[in-house]
Unconditional design. Structure first.
Length: 151
């Protein structure tokens, strides 16, 4: 019987793309802000890659134990990895060559909030939500609060 761990397979499939992504970050950062910004962007890409590997391998190991351990590692791992990223950024910020602004877009690339970084850099806000969807949420919230006395 062959057991397949999807988390390990996910990490194995993504490994070939980490080095080209770091090189691309180095080239783009160098083109946009000089060599120091390029190295900072490459370091940000490496941080993203290490975060991805740590997440995948920790979930794979936790999945072998139980669902409770898996859920704990999934939730607690985010906090631990974010603390590690903040620590690495704080240490790197003491070096003269390091640019947190060049490193941050790479570190945010794996997050859902990376869409927000696009309008920060362009200077004009863009909405990713349709106004009708926003109105629907507001009207459902208003009607739910109007009926709160029933429950």
């Amino acid at each position: 019987m062959v057991t397949v761990e999807p988390e390990r397979e996910m990490v194995r499939n993504a490994l070939p793309f980490f080095l080209p992504a770091a090189v691309l970050a180095l080239v783009a950062g160098t083109a946009l802000g000089g060599l120091d910004a390029g190295w900072s962007a490459a370091i940000g890409g490496a941080v993203v890659a290490l975060n991805f590997v740590a997440q995948g391998l920790s979930l794979a190991r936790a999945a072998r134990s139980s669902l409770v351990v898996l859920a704990s590692v999934a939730v607690g791992g985010v906090i631990v990895r974010l603390a590690a990223i903040v620590g690495v950024m704080a240490i790197l910020n003491t070096f003269a060559f390091f640019s947190p602004l060049a490193c941050a877009p790479c570190a945010r690339a794996g997050s859902r909030k990376s869409r927000r970084a696009a309008w920060i850099t362009s200077g004009r806000p863009r909405s990713t939500m349709r106004p009708s969807f926003i109105t629907t949420i507001q009207s459902e919230t208003a009607s739910a609060s109007a009926w709160s006395w029933v429950t």
